[in-house]
Design a protein. Structure first.
Length: 67
């Protein structure tokens, strides 16, 4: 590998808005990185998925493009 072209990795602690913390590495300098969402509070992973009302999308497409 070439020397001097790779970023420096730092050990950091990630802190989510829900309070979950975990350790990892990052190229961003600092000891703590704050997150908005993580795997403990993301609806896809928790099973508390909120259904977005997407009804009428096909009708809107047909209306717009006269299909």
């Amino acid at each position: 590998m070439k020397k001097g072209i790779h970023p420096n990795l730092h050990d950091v602690e990630y802190v989510c808005a829900c309070g979950n913390t975990f350790k990892g590495t990052s190229t961003k300098a600092g000891d703590v990185i704050k997150l908005d969402i993580c795997d403990k509070c993301h609806p896809l992973y928790t099973g508390k998925k909120v259904m977005v009302d997407a009804t009428g999308r096909a009708e809107q497409f047909k209306k717009r493009y006269s299909v």
